[in-house]
Every structure is written in structure tokens, then in C-alpha cells.
Design a protein. Structure first.
Length: 170
């Protein structure tokens, strides 16, 4: 597996991974996380992913010619409590469901740490859905992150509770 900076040409592959994740979440009774509609059906997801690609903030993991994971890093979204120091924020981490369980997410998180370190940053943060059984929060904790603040944003079907996690980089 190699990780390369993504381009606008990679946006459809990222949206396909997101759509696959939505299908998996729905199939597993976790539609509260992202809903039931394909992510590619919402213009804001296309716009956001394109913005990341144009800014050089999108990275894809490749297994030969197949994209198997995506990572977007940069500034924290406006709804996230601000950090007290400079940071690198993980805005997207997704693995193609056909390749789940192979350590792709962990490898992408290592890449985010490397980027932060290269930029002289000592703080890496991410947020995730805090609902259901907390499995996603536990995943990040297993990857070395510590849960900090929770937050709630209003979405069309009601409040969505998220968890911010951080990792100090040495």
C-alpha cells in the first residue's frame, strides 16, 4: 500500500468509499451516524472533498491501482471547540469497506502523524460520531487518541452528538 496526495480526479473514488460506508452503516443498524442517503447525492460532500483535493489536504491509500482509503487533514471545522495550540485536524478518514480490517485506517493515521510532525505541530485531533455503542470512539482510543470534548450539531433528523479526540505528538 502506498499513500499519495489526492487530486480532483480522485474525488469520485472518495465519494464511492463514503457511499459504501453509508451502506455498511445502514446494513448494521447504524444509520444514526450518517443517515441512509448516499454521500455522493449531497453537493456539499462533493464540494468539500473537491476543496480538500485542491488544497493538497486529501490523501489516498492505494493497493496497486485500487484506492482503498482516504484521509483529509487541515483546519478544524467551525463547529469544533478550538484547540489552545496549533494543530493538524483530521477531517476525513475512510476505508473502502471491501478492504476493512486490513489496517488501512491505522496506516492513514500514521500518515497524519507524519504530516503533523513535518509541519512542527504537536497536536493531532479528530472527531467522530459518539452515538450507538461508542465503537468509533473506542477505535480512535485504540489508535492512541484521548477523548476530550463532546459537541452536538443539528442535522435534518435531529441532534448529532460527536466526540473530539486528540493525540499529543512527541
Amino acid at each position: 500500500m502506498v499513500i499519495k496526495t489526492g487530486t480532483v480526479d480522485d474525488v469520485p473514488a472518495v465519494l464511492a468509499m463514503l457511499d459504501g460506508a453509508v451502506r455498511w452503516l445502514v446494513d448494521n443498524g447504524r444509520e444514526d451516524q450518517w443517515g441512509t442517503a448516499p454521500m455522493s447525492a449531497e453537493q456539499r460532500n462533493l464540494d468539500r472533498t473537491t476543496t480538500w483535493a485542491r488544497a493538497g489536504e486529501l490523501y489516498l491509500a492505494w493497493n496497486d491501482a485500487d484506492p482503498v482509503g482516504a484521509l483529509a487533514v487541515g483546519d478544524a471545522p467551525a463547529h469544533i471547540p478550538p484547540a489552545a495550540e496549533p494543530e493538524l485536524y483530521i477531517n476525513l478518514l475512510i476505508t473502502d469497506r471491501a478492504h476493512a480490517g486490513l489496517g488501512i485506517g491505522a496506516r492513514m493515521l500514521r500518515h497524519a502523524r507524519e504530516i503533523a510532525t513535518e509541519r512542527g505541530l504537536g497536536l493531532l485531533r479528530v472527531d467522530c460520531y459518539a452515538g450507538n455503542d461508542g465503537a468509533l470512539v473506542r477505535y480512535y482510543e485504540q489508535q492512541g487518541f484521548t477523548a476530550t470534548a463532546t459537541f452536538t450539531v443539528e442535522v435534518p433528523k435531529g441532534p448529532w452528538t460527536g466526540q473530539v479526540l486528540e493525540q499529543r505528538l512527541g
